[in-house]
Design a protein around this ligand. Structure first.
Ligand code: UT7
Length: 331
């Protein structure tokens, strides 16, 4: 069977930087609280018109260029997002249009913080089985237009930022390099611990003035429960990836964890005894960018020289659903 590999990485970040001090002006919060509890110092917010599809397409174009390919070489688009431009259609088709490519398939994935790893896994199957040669996997989010920037929403609003990252996945020319495995999990009984409830097709009508006044269109999170599960499931997913491939923690060159909270990642890396220099962080700069986080981390690690050919890296994420996932990659 063929092995798939990440051939190129790209990103798009909105220009507008929003610091913790900026948020202090909108709600009862402090830079100190946000930094201490989460590690976040600033995040990016999209401008009007700078949607998931646009940012995703720009990130994709850079990934395609860095892979040494042209837009027309892409056979399939996978877009992971929890914040599509519109309720339907998904934003993948908008990316297809913006890239000006043929009428290739476009699949939207709704798995929040693990969406990018789910997307990688789908792309991996298409490449391994020879169905497609080059699959684009994009993670893109615009959170800023959907957060409650009053004190009522401060526990969630301070955490999230906007941005997009993308990779091209294609056949590896070296069967030792590439995606070694992906492992995907979910536990839907915790769906309501981190969710946006309305508009909800299960309700008649989907939303009311009353439910809007109650702020049920904003994300709600039981922060402590999410934290507790994240620090359990992330190490499990990392060990599952290593065990499946016969590696030990000490074989890892780099851990690329989802960026929901610096404290979660410190907890995970210290539980597994992974030294801090082997862990990628970008939460200080971008906050939690959900599906965009993993490709944005890959981009940073390439830029700072920590992601080198032959490096063994584990990508792991946990988020709403609950869902969690890992991928082991020989870069
Ligand atoms: O990517 C999706 C996955 N998401 C996560 O993994 C997030 C997991 N959860 C967390 O990271 C943490 O639970 C948070 C960072 C969200 C919150 O930290 P915490 O230590 O669990 O704080 P808390 O919710 O228990 O709140 C502590 C206090 C409360 O006040 P009282 O009741 O002690 O008086 C909150 O009202 O902090 C208050 N608080 C804030 N204060 C200032 C909550 N949000 C804020 C805020 N600024 N933004």
């Amino acid at each position: 069977m063929k092995r798939s590999r990440i051939l190129g990485v790209g990103r798009y970040l909105p220009e507008k930087v929003v610091t913790n001090f900026d948020l202090e002006k909108l709600m009862d919060t402090t830079d100190e609280w946000i930094r201490q509890r989460t590690g976040i110092e600033q995040r990016r917010f999209a401008a009007e018109g700078e949607g998931v599809a646009l940012m995703g397409a720009r990130a994709a174009e850079e990934a395609i260029k860095n892979a040494g390919l042209k837009n027309q070489d892409i056979d399939f688009i996978i877009l992971a997002t929890l914040s599509p431009d519109f309720n339907f259609p998904g934003s993948g088709v908008l990316v297809q249009d913006m890239l000006g490519v043929d009428t290739i398939g476009a699949l939207d994935i709704r798995n929040q913080c693990t969406g990018f790893i789910y997307g990688m896994s789908v792309a991996d199957q298409f490449i391994k089985t020879g169905v497609y040669k080059h699959v684009l996997v994009i993670g893109a989010e615009v959170h800023s237009t959907g957060l409650d920037f009053t004190t009522r929403g401060r526990d969630v609003a301070v955490l999230f930022g906007d941005g997009a990252g993308a990779v091209v996945i294609g056949e590896s020319d070296d069967d030792k390099r590439g995606i070694l495995s992906t492992h995907l999990h979910s536990e839907g009984k915790y769906a309501k611990d981190l969710w946006v409830e309305i508009p909800a097709s299960v309700y008649h009508p989907r939303m009311t003035h009353e439910s809007l006044d109650q702020g049920r269109h904003y994300p709600k999170m039981t922060g402590k429960n999410v934290f507790k599960h994240a620090v359990t499931r992330m190490p499990e997913a990392i060990m599952e990836a290593l065990n499946a491939n016969g590696y030990k923690v000490s074989d890892l060159d780099l851990l690329v964890p989802h960026q929901a909270n610096m404290r979660i990642n410190e907890f995970v890396s210290s539980a597994l005894e992974i030294p801090p220099e082997k862990v990628v962080h970008n939460i200080q700069k971008y906050g939690n960018t959900t599906a965009a986080t993993i490709p944005l981390c890959l981009y940073d690690a390439l830029e700072d020289g920590r992601l080198k050919p032959g490096a063994l890296i584990c990508i792991a994420a946990f988020g709403a659903g609950f869902t969690w996932a890992s991928a082991l990659v020989r870069w």
